[in-house]
Design a protein around this ligand. Structure first.
Ligand SMILES: C[S@@+](CC[C@H](N)C(=O)[O-])C[C@H]1O[C@@H](n2cnc3c(N)ncnc32)[C@H](O)[C@@H]1O
Length: 168
């Protein structure tokens, strides 16, 4: 029986509203569950998953064999702050349960996103926490505002889910 999709990942994919030709970056892809779902919505588009953990990337690589072989997905072991990609590579970026954006100002990471996202590109941050994700949402919103961005906070289906969307 296929594993159930965690609520945070199902909601993230819903909010991302993928179009077949989207070029997508997932930050902190973990074992690749969101990437696997995203690939089903892509036809001509592409998703790059990055994770700073080589173990996570190895797990994602095992899960995404067909998608990697088809060229719909690729994986890199890298922290977001050192991501090497041409300017304006991606129209959408998502990060699910990634601490980087709310635990500190994330200046280096947001500078990378400003470069690799297209003008008006979308960043989606989703948090699923044991209680309400207020600390995560408020902390990430502060980081984004300090970078001159105007995030919108969304409250999820259920009290443990929250998200931010922002256009660059
Ligand atoms: C809590 S797990 C979440 C994994 C997946 N997104 C999910 O929701 O199941 C966080 C993952 O993000 C990765 N990570 C955290 N900060 C990162 C960063 N700044 N750049 C790249 N990967 C990061 C970690 O190595 C870890 O695999």
């Amino acid at each position: 029986m296929p594993a159930a999709v965690p609520a945070r990942i199902g909601w993230a994919l819903e909010l991302l509203d993928l179009q077949p030709d989207d070029e997508v970056l997932e930050i902190g892809c973990g074992s690749g569950a969101a990437m696997e779902l995203a690939c089903r919505a892509l036809d001509g588009g592409h998703i790059t998953g990055i994770d700073r953990s080589a173990t996570a990337v190895a797990r994602a690589s095992a899960r995404l064999g067909a998608e990697l072989a088809a060229g719909t997905a690729d994986l890199r072991t890298a922290p977001l702050a050192s991501l090497e990609a041409p300017a304006s590579s991606f129209g959408k970026a998502l990060a699910v349960n990634i601490n980087t954006f709310w635990t500190g100002p994330a200046h280096a990471e947001l500078q990378v996103l400003r470069r690799v996202l297209r003008p008006d590109g979308l960043l989606l941050l989703v948090y699923e926490t044991p209680g309400r994700p207020d600390r995560q949402l408020n902390g990430a919103a502060a980081s984004l505002r300090a970078h001159g961005l105007e995030p919108e906070i969304l409250h999820g289906p259920g009290p443990r889910l929250g998200a931010l969307t922002v256009r660059f």
